[in-house]
Design a protein around this ligand. Sequence first.
Ligand code: GLC
Ligand code: MG
Length: 265
Amino acid sequence: MQDRSSNTMGVHTQTKCYIVTDLDNTLVGNAAATQEFNRKILAWQPQVGLIYATGRSYQSAKHLQRSEDLLEPHYWITGVGSEIYYQGDLDQSWSDHLMHQWDRSRILALTKDFPEFIPQPDRSQSDFKISFFLYDNNATEILARLRDRIRAEGLDAHVVYSSREDLDILPVRCDKGLAMRHLMTRLGLTNDNTIVCGDSGNDIGLFKQNTLGVIVNNAQAELLDWHREHGQDSSGNSHQRIHYANAECAAGMLEGIQKFQPDLF
Ligand code: GLC
Ligand code: MG
């Protein structure tokens, strides 16, 4: 890891853990806490790796990086896992992997039967991501109908709903957590030396991978609901592997990282 003015980044054999974090309302949201996180990450080099996992496109995430003064991470997972970037280059092997059972035009066609869906701007759409805004008190039922429709047509996809607003339809092999797993395999990371951090529905995929995790205090209801229902570890009686922080945004991340890696502090 080097500072953001540099493009080169090695993965070091001394790596103690990797932090995989969402951006909006997790790493970003409290500027002072974000900068405190940056200072810690720089001080921890080369022991701690950093991956951003965001719903934003790569271009939009780079824009946020500049405006919020974020460090350059080792890897970028963008578009809710639909793209992986390393040193500015798209990981083509990941894109190839996502093509499995993905028929974008047929999925797009069947969404026309859902008048509640408001298309997001073109810049938020990509080969492996179809995104809408959905503001409706009956969103749960509408999404159940969408999933049924996809199955009835003999198709398959991941339907991800975040913040009572954002609807992403993705290939069945795609979410933030599956993209992270691809990188974990490549980097030789284990569930015990990977810490995911997030606040909303599109982060559930990260938490499902059974790594360590930090839910920031300002999390959305859908992530807290998921945690209540599925967040137990394999012994079934505790949430030891996922820390629900008392602090918000990057301060909550640091709180959780301190719990899992006290030696760093
Ligand atoms: C970001 C993306 C948007 C997506 C949302 C939730 O805001 O720009 O397309 O729907 O994240 O994943
Ligand atoms: Mg977020």
